[in-house]
Ligand binder design. Structure first.
Ligand code: GTP
Ligand code: MG
Length: 226
């Protein structure tokens, strides 16, 4: 139903701001295809690790396609025209996968093995684990371009993958909930933000200690440089 809103029947908008519903649906199917390609690759890596090293690096995965409303909101926020072209050229997180790993070593092994695969390209890396955000946020963000084969040939399509540990995910969920809480006064918000920063540091310490026990029991990590 919502897609109907994409067809702007009014005359206020210039022609380049009109969406063709069919083209938009096709484009979203390409994003969905790219998302499945990457998640299948991740599942294969996880299974291989299980067989070779008797260890499951991936705890679980979450996938989502950006909603039409969020796509529109982001185009507007960035002052971009509401065209499929603008989406293709500027929004790299329409297809998104969150990979929640057991340990920090797993984050780097899984992401390194995926990045090394010859049929996909790494478009951008943001390592908020080595360089956490000021609020305490940690995760490794990689944007991949993956070929989706249609009748017209290969269409390289971006997929944003957020790799993080269970602890990082636990933290990010609460921080996200706090960020979208509008009925909270400023003092309380500052206090919670400070507490969350302390929690981020504590979780990082716990993670380092548990990682160390895990390495001791299971040997050196696979595919990790550090
Ligand atoms: P946007 O995609 O417009 O947000 O900007 P960007 O391209 O600079 O994105 P970045 O790679 O920094 O972050 C993208 C996504 O990571 C967000 O949509 C969130 O899902 C997640 N993220 C980034 N920073 C935070 C944070 O401080 N807290 C939480 N909970 N999530 C974050
Ligand atoms: Mg985003």
């Amino acid at each position: 139903m919502r897609l109907n809103q994409l067809v702007d029947k009014g005359t206020d908008n210039p022609p380049n701001q009109l969406f063709e519903v069919a083209d938009f649906i096709n484009q979203m199917q390409v994003y969905e295809g790219a998302m499945y390609e990457i998640s299948t690759k991740l599942e294969i890596l996880d299974t291989e690790f299980q067989v070779m090293f008797e260890h499951d690096p991936i705890h679980h995965m979450e996938r989502r396609l950006k909603s039409v409303d969020s796509i529109m909101e982001k185009l507007e926020r960035r002052g971009l025209p509401k065209t499929i072209e603008a989406i293709r050229n500027n929004l790299f997180d329409v297809a998104g996968i969150r990979v929640i790993c057991n340990y920090r070593d797993d984050v780097y092994s899984v992401s390194n093995y995926l990045s090394a695969q010859s049929d996909i390209q790494v478009l951008r890396v943001k390592d908020y684990i080595r360089n956490p955000k000021q609020n305490g946020y940690r995760s490794l963000h990689v944007i991949y371009a993956v070929p989706v084969f249609l009748s017209t040939g290969a269409h390289y399509t971006p997929v944003e993958v957020q790799f993080r540990t269970i602890a990082m995910d636990y933290w990010a969920s609460l921080e996200h909930a706090l960020r979208y809480k509008s009925d909270i006064d400023d003092d309380k918000l500052t206090e919670h933000e400070q507490t969350l920063l302390d929690c981020a540091r504590s979780l990082q310490n716990v993670e380092t200690q548990m990682q160390s026990i895990h390495r001791d029991i299971n040997g050196a990590p696979q595919g990790v440089d550090a």
